[in-house]
Design a protein around this ligand. Structure first.
Ligand SMILES: Cc1cc2nc3c(=O)[nH]c(=O)nc-3n(C[C@H](O)[C@H](O)[C@H](O)COP(=O)(O)O)c2cc1C
Length: 193
């Protein structure tokens, strides 16, 4: 919660008389968070839009910022053909770390809670998440995975990412069907963030 998003409820202010809890602007006009603010970021990768939709529902519920992980070479429909052993996703399956447009979200150090969303590919987090997990420090952050899939559960996908990350307090995650926006929002509301 904080000044990063849409929740404008008044709240107790521990800093004394004049402050309102709203954000200030720095010289460049960017928002400056108060040190006490607990900022939340929803990071997601989505090849065909399902995870993006769920991520927006989650972020809207939490008043959180969002960051889209993007592969430098976007995945085409052909790339995503899991019935073709020679497709890109098939060939990358074992151990690829696809290059990302931007590995570290803007303002990363300022977020103490990060929700990480991805599609399930063969029971695991989509490959760009490997690059993301290995390429960032999660030290001091609470990390909550979520995913979309046709039918598979989240399985060990979050634990595998936690292993690649090497740090951070990774929580148990949740799996959603495409379009399950209300379910995702109520899950987010129940996280106690
Ligand atoms: C390469 C590939 C592998 C997939 N493997 C699984 C799977 O193992 N289990 C499953 O339920 N869905 C699987 N799916 C379906 C996706 O998880 C599902 O469509 C997801 O919602 C896509 O999210 P997106 O639109 O954000 O990319 C797979 C899709 C692709 C492209």
């Amino acid at each position: 919660a904080g000044c990063s998003g849409g929740q404008d409820e008044p709240r107790a202010d521990a800093h004394g008389s004049a402050a309102t809890g709203s954000s200030q602007m720095d010289e460049a006009g960017g928002a400056v968070r108060e040190a006490s603010d607990a900022a939340t970021l929803v990071v997601y990768f989505s090849a065909t839009g399902n995870t993006a939709g769920i991520a927006q529902a989650v972020a809207g519920q939490l008043g959180a910022d969002t960051f889209a992980i993007e592969a430098s070479v976007p995945y085409t429909d052909e790339d995503l053909n899991y019935n073709d052993d020679s497709s890109r996703t098939s060939q990358e399956r074992a151990d690829a770390r696809p290059e990302l447009v931007q590995v570290t979200p803007d303002g990363w150090d300022g977020y103490d809670t990060v929700l990480v969303g991805y599609p399930i590919w063969w029971g695991e987090a989509a490959w760009p998440l490997r690059t993301f997990a290995e390429g960032n420090s999660f030290d001091g952050k609470t990390v909550v995975p979520f995913c979309t899939s046709t039918s598979s559960g989240i399985g060990r996908s979050g634990e595998l990412l936690a292993g690649l990350a090497g740090d951070g307090e990774w929580q148990e995650g949740e799996r959603f069907s495409a379009g399950a926006f209300e379910e995702a929002a109520s899950w987010a509301a129940g996280l106690g963030l």
